[in-house]
Design a protein around this ligand. Sequence first.
Ligand SMILES: Nc1nc2c(ncn2[C@@H]2O[C@H](COP(=O)(O)OP(=O)(O)O)[C@@H](O)[C@H]2O)c(=O)[nH]1
Ligand SMILES: [Mg+2]
Length: 274
Amino acid sequence: MDRRELARALSSADSIDAPAREFEPWRVLGVTGPPGVGKSCLVDRIVSRWLEQGERVAILAVDPSSPITGGALLGDRMRMASVDTGDNVFFRSIATRNVPGGLPTRLNRMVDLLVHEGWTRIIIETVGSGQSEIRIVSVADRLILVEGPARGDIIQAEKAGVLELADLIVVNKSDLPGADRVAEEIHLSLNLSDGESAPVILCSAETGFGIDEMIAAINNLPNARGPAIARARERLLATHQEYLLSHPQYADVLKGLSEGRLSIEEALSILQRG
Ligand SMILES: Nc1nc2c(ncn2[C@@H]2O[C@H](COP(=O)(O)OP(=O)(O)O)[C@@H](O)[C@H]2O)c(=O)[nH]1
Ligand SMILES: [Mg+2]
């Protein structure tokens, strides 16, 4: 499949017959975090390194505002300086509006297609950190949360439960004041929760500080297991929700509910029937 065919296939809603990805070595890296924190710059660093390692890397940038070929694509492309040429990189911007069947399902299909076509690494970049973004990142096998020197962002991420989902937390912009303090605070708050906590890495996409350490941490994320429980849960809920929303009787059931003809239990039992 050449690039044009791939682009066309990604746009179509057709699903392909793909085996479950869950227990393969992981391929799909989610990168999330507040706008402007440096996700695209870090992705650029990661992509460069993976290309050196002989990987074929596809980047799916989920942008809430732009249509698929809108201005944000160009802006991000210019910022992602390494992603302009080469047969081993594919970049695609995806709008979140008007996606029939829901974005997580759509992304899952795209990922299946890219894996099928031999792309060895897929990066999904998306803005955190509301509930719908969590659903988006549940498509990824592994997840990086990017934060910056502003403390307010972390509180947001904590609230939305993204901290709990992340395999690795990167505090970017270490060249600016406050980043080291934020890294320390995240570290402390993670240690308060149960279980194994994700590593926290301080770095700068601008100066290159900590980038080697970040890449090593990414490359060392465990291979032979499925997604974390929290992410598996989001994936399950997203799939379930889309299943209900795409049921042929969905509109009728909503009407029945609104007119008091159906109880919630009855509505669910209709929508859960094949
Ligand atoms: N000072 C500093 N600025 C950075 C760093 N990383 C990214 N930036 C700047 O932050 C802005 C947003 O970066 P971008 O990667 O587009 O953020 P995104 O919205 O999270 O994808 C750009 O102007 C970058 O040049 C960093 O490590 N230090
Ligand atoms: Mg970006």
